[in-house]
Design a protein around this ligand. Structure first.
Ligand code: CP
Length: 357
């Protein structure tokens, strides 16, 4: 059985099969309307969502299946103190596949260790959001015609923006990708992304604080919201929240075939006037989220022409140590072992949240 917890859980071939299937679904959705008849998807959302939860539910319904779940921790037995491990053991008896969003980093990984059904990470704290990356890849490929040789500008909250972490982790696998990392210095990408992902990949990347200077060179501009809910200090959020606002004036500096993406929701970082620019791809991106999630559900349930092969068990050596990250699942989950592995940069990192030992 396979899960999708981290963007690297799929090989490039598997990723391309999935994107091809998503394109085929987009072209002829009626072909797939009964593929998941009698199958059930559980959406276990401990944190708010519009797109991810509803697009997962729409995806399963479009495939002829049904959905069950909860949309907040308060409406589940998590509010009584139930662990993620116990919850997924129970849900494994009720559904065929589960999508989990959780404010704690590593919660879906923890769930996958106890699950009898495929688990999909639908966003874990400020860590990863791999199904958003599938949506992003489908949109970039359809807009730009390719996934290699692109200059991608990532703008805004690169520290807490989990979609950014997952997109970088995936795009480094394509030749000649260049990243322009546009953020205030307080919101730069976490060290583990530099040390374990960007530097070993050999991809070119530059850091800048200027969106205007970056604009002319970009093939893709990936705007992000400043993630208010991840700030420990509200004053720091207020100071940084208006750092970047994409306006028609700034769009005028971009290439004619630029693609502007945003995982949404937006607050004020893209003005409404930009929505009418044909280079704005973010609502199309949200639509593509349904097609890729249909393809993902089919893939993880083994309902495609070329089923996924089982993955060999990981041989990495694990060390038990305390994880100091206050946002890690290890801080709240009863009975969880704090496990660390040696990352490519030689540093011991928590397997759940990538925190350095
Ligand atoms: N892009 C995204 O994850 O949106 P939601 O938070 O609405 O699911």
């Amino acid at each position: 059985m396979r899960h999708l917890i981290n963007p690297l859980d799929f090989s490039l071939d598997e990723l391309h099969d999935l994107l091809n299937l998503a394109d085929d679904i987009a072209a002829a959705p009626e072909k797939y309307q009964d593929v998941c008849a009698h199958k059930k998807l559980a959406t276990l959302f401990y944190e708010p969502s519009t797109r991810t939860r509803l697009s997962f539910e729409a995806a399963m319904m479009n495939l002829g299946g049904s959905v069950l779940g909860f949309s907040s921790a308060d409406s589940s037995s998590a509010s009584k103190g139930e662990s993620v491990a116990d919850t997924i053991r129970v849900v494994s008896a009720y559904a065929d596949i589960a999508a989990m969003r959780h404010p704690r980093e590593g919660a879906p990984l923890r769930a996958s260790m106890y699950s009898r059904i495929p688990v999909i990470n639908a966003g874990d704290g400020g860590h990863e959001h791999p199904t958003q990356t599938l949506t992003d890849l489908m949109t970039i490929r359809r807009r730009c015609g390719k996934l290699d040789g692109l200059t991608i500008g990532l703008c805004g909250d690169l520290k807490f923006g989990r979609t950014v972490h997952s997109l970088i982790t995936t795009m480094v696998r394509y030749p000649n990708t260049k990243f322009v990392l546009i953020s205030p210095k307080e919101l730069r990408v976490p060290d583990y992304i530099y040390n374990d992902v960007l530097k070993p990949s050999g991809c070119r990347y530059v850091k800048t604080t200027s969106l205007e200077e970056a604009m002319p060179q970009l093939d893709v501009l990936y705007m992000t919201r400043i993630q208010r809910e991840r700030f420990a200090d509200p004053n720091e959020y207020r100071r940084l929240k208006d750092s970047y606002i994409l306006t028609p004036d700034k769009m005028a500096l971009g290439k004619p075939d630029l693609a502007v993406l945003h995982p949404l929701p937006r607050v004020n970082e893209i003005t409404l006037e930009v929505d009418d620019d044909p280079r704005a791809a973010y609502f199309e991106q949200a639509q593509n989220g349904v097609y890729v999630r249909m393809a993902l559900i089919m893939t993880l349930l083994g309902l495609t022409e070329k089923p996924l092969a089982d993955k060999p068990a990981s041989s990495r050596e694990l060390v038990e140590m305390h994880c100091p990250n206050p946002r890690c699942i290890t801080g709240v989950e009863e009975g969880v072992k704090h496990l660390f592995h040696r990352a490519p940069d030689g540093v011991l990192r928590c397997i759940y949240c990538e925190q350095e030992a």
